[in-house]
Ligand binder design. Structure first.
Ligand code: AOF
Ligand code: ZN
Length: 348
């Protein structure tokens, strides 16, 4: 079996952790010896065992690890975090060779894990094939801010709704399920005040039971004007309200309020970076989407195109100040879901 094939198996293991490991990466591991797969494992959840330790725990006995090869989608860690360093554990159990999918950009690790392995005579090879597993994690350590994805559904004439100020259901069930997957893959979801009042969204994940669901962020002028009967406040998943005027209201425990007179897309991503948020999904409305575009903070787009024409009364999907320059996105993927089309685009 070649290294790429076994790494693909580790890759599939890692994917089982999607949405469960923030702010850690998803990581998968496979232990092989004499051309045989002895065990697999993955990082199940933030705070729990790392992938390598999970794989080791699936061996019949730790003695099996002696002389074995560990495939792991990310460089083994070198630090004491919530768990002890994996690189040292691999040394202790007698692993002979480590094949790594990508280096860990976290400065606590960044090459130090590889050095520990090499210093103990373990042979190390980096394949650079698993970066897409942790797009936001990698982006965060490169750019020091969350990866921002703009998501919207629109008609074939680029409208969000039939009449401004009204919610229009545009896409079908398959697109809904797909957009839930997108929520799972993001650490925070943001909408503006109009969307909160017009759409009254829940912003929750309905297709999975997540231990740490995405933080639901509302950008508002005056948090105290939001009705407590809003859908946002009916579930106990975390809510952060970014408000321009001060709040004096008693909020439920899962709601946190952050006041700043001048919240802008730029100050929002800086604030979220400080809070360790690596990925942000902006779900509207059209003015908020425009503001993120104008601030050059649209890293990814996920656009659901519904097969209808709404005509003149509706709001354009992205509406307001235009982007400062014409921004070209590379189409990454085009898919058909039921009778809708989904375009995923982005830039480096
Ligand atoms: C690995 N294998 O499966 C993961 C790694 O607080 P801790 O102990 O959970 O450490 C978190 C950091 O460890 C995380 O930021 C990243 O650098 C690394 N994650 N490393 O060897 C894993 N999840
Ligand atoms: Zn580790």
């Amino acid at each position: 079996m070649d290294d790429e094939k076994i790494m693909a198996l580790a890759f599939a293991e890692a994917k089982k952790g999607i949405g469960l490991t923030w702010q850690n990466p998803v990581v998968g591991a496979v232990i092989c010896k004499d051309n045989q797969i002895l065990a697999t494992g993955y990082h199940h959840q933030f705070g729990q065992h790392h992938a390598e330790i999970d794989a080791l725990s699936h061996l019949q006995t730790l003695k099996e690890a002696e002389g074995a090869t560990m495939y792991v989608t990310m460089e083994p860690c070198s630090h004491f975090g919530k768990t002890p360093p994996c690189a040292k554990k691999l040394v202790a159990v007698g692993i002979k060779k480590v094949i790594i999918g990508q280096r860990d950009p976290n400065p606590l690790v960044a090459g130090k894990g590889i050095n520990i392995l090499k210093d103990h005579g373990i042979s190390v090879k980096v394949l650079n094939t698993t970066g897409e597993l942790n797009e936001a994690y990698n982006f965060f350590y490169r750019h020091h801010r969350p990866l921002v994805t703009l998501k919207y559904a629109m008609s074939l004439d680029g409208k969000l709704n039939y009449q401004a100020g009204q919610r229009t259901r545009l896409t079908g069930d398959a697109a809904f399920a797909d957009s839930q997957t997108l929520r799972i893959a993001n650490q925070a979801i943001l909408v503006g005040e109009k969307t909160l009042t017009v759409d009254d969204p829940k912003l929750t994940v309905r297709t999975a039971n997540l231990p740490f669901p995405p933080i639901r962020i509302g950008l508002v002028n005056n948090a105290d004007k939001l009705p407590l009967s809003a859908q946002l406040f009916q579930q106990e998943a975390p809510v952060w309200l970014l408000t321009r005027t001060k709040s004096t209201r008693q909020w439920p425990k899962f709601v946190r309020v952050f006041q700043d007179q001048t919240w802008t897309p730029q100050t929002i991503v800086e604030f979220l970076a400080k809070q360790g948020i690596q990925s942000l999904l902006v779900e509207g409305g059209s003015h908020v989407l425009a503001a993120f575009t104008a601030a050059d903070l649209a890293d990814r787009l996920q656009v659901y195109l519904a097969p209808l024409i709404l005509g003149g009364g509706g709001l354009p999907a992205v509406f307001g100040k235009a982007a400062s320059t014409i921004e070209k996105f590379k189409p990454i993927k085009v898919r058909q879901l039921g009778s809708d089309v989904v375009i995923t685009a982005g830039r480096d």
